[in-house]
Design a protein around this ligand. Sequence first.
Ligand SMILES: [Zn+2]
Length: 239
Amino acid sequence: MRRGTNEKHPLPPPGQVFGRWTVLGVDPPTPAHCRKVRCRCSCGTVRSILWLNLVYGGSTQCRKCRAVLERERYEWPIKDPRLRLAWRRRWNSMLARCYRKGERAYRFYGARGVRVCEEWRRSVHTFLRDIQKVAGWDRILDEPLEVDRIDPCGSYTLDNIRLVSHTENNGNRRDCIFVRYKGSRMCAEAFRKAAKLKMCKCSAEKLVASGIMADQIIAMDPTFARGPRVRRGECRPSP
Ligand SMILES: [Zn+2]
């Protein structure tokens, strides 16, 4: 047996592939203790690689290809620096809400079992790449859009998020009580605006919460508009 090889790692036949390397042949055995194998990278570069480096995966491609890969890996998926910063901040606060116990909002997120999907948690790059598939992702600098989870008990995953305005987002809270109006389900505030009610926000909320139907609330609107029947101090006049 020649030095540098053994039965465990016999020298490779030409044509064998290691990553991007394809074996061309074995170099002349000098010096004997470091057998090298001549390989061609998929980009065409031909190099002699230390045999054991190939066997143990220490080398899978030429330096040029490796450099290209690294550059791609560290290139930000979002080019606009302002937009990217905005999304990185959101990524940060999303993780904080879900995993950092000291965070103020943790009790509403992490403590309730809301998680961030593993790919996003591990890499902000993946998050930035995926978020571009969500409608409105490039408008967050112009409009105050919030990341909303469609299923409020679900986690942050690409399928479960959308971008909505603050009012819409509050309409999807767990504690929100809904009313059916004109065929769609909406929260009290959205209903009040849609039906152009004159009563104040908290009267509408209370009526919706007590389970009264939409058309009945509309019929009761004039009485509530004159003098709110809720306790003093709890009610602010409607704008
Ligand atoms: Zn290469």
